[in-house]
Design a protein around this ligand. Sequence first.
Ligand SMILES: [Zn+2]
Length: 157
Amino acid sequence: MIILNVIDLVASKSRRRVIRVKAVDFIVVHHSVTPPDYGWEDILRIHLAHKPPYQSIGYHFVIRGTSGQVYKCLPISPAVIGAHAYMQNAVSIGICVTGNYEENEPREVALTALKELLAELHSAYPKAKILGHREMLHSKTACPGKHLQAALVAMRS
Ligand SMILES: [Zn+2]
């Protein structure tokens, strides 16, 4: 897995944002409900156009669903605050795999990349729980979709 660092590019297109997370208690996996060939630029564009607008991209990492390319979008050491898990952003890191995994099966390349990224984050934050967005307290969502959630459960076991 090669991680492309696009933190500076993301920052140059973002509104101001310097808030640090308090702790990393959770590593949260999402899907984007977009076409699976979307990358970080597409997700950043969507988030900046969101109403109310986000300060920047909401996720720390974006994995392109078609290629498994991993983009590091927000700093994680120390981590800045993202916008991806209601009431839990101050204590979590967000990863988004682009695509809709309620409807479609994730591709093997994307799952391999996710698994490797989770392993890396687990060594950096061994106490953090790895959860699908739907498993988070306060979440009312199917995210990351039943197929990606099932793959995540299999990865954890
Ligand atoms: Zn989500």
